[in-house]
Design a protein around this ligand. Sequence first.
Ligand code: FES
Length: 111
Amino acid sequence: MTTSTKNSFVEVCSTEDLWEGEMECFDVGQHEVLVLNVNGEFQAFDSICPHQSVSLAEGGFEGKTLTCRAHQWSFDACTGKSINPAGQTLRRFPIRIADGKVWVAEHAEEI
Ligand code: FES
């Protein structure tokens, strides 16, 4: 994390730092945000599993599926919606790509 701008987006990394299929956590404002490169599209979600608050960064990320290591809850890495069990949604953080850098908003989208 380096710079904050007026519109509250924070630069977290270069687009080249996170290859397709990779994910990494960053501190953004008051949150730990998990940034994923899903087939070339960057996504950012709250990094904490809604089940029992384990870090999703410790889990698996295959294709478009993010899986928590603790009890294998799985989430769609494009939408943040849970696959199994259904009915949960990870908080999504707006993301911007500019000048080869990934920027994440300090505040999550409203669900
Ligand atoms: S803490 Fe993530 S599935 Fe239980």
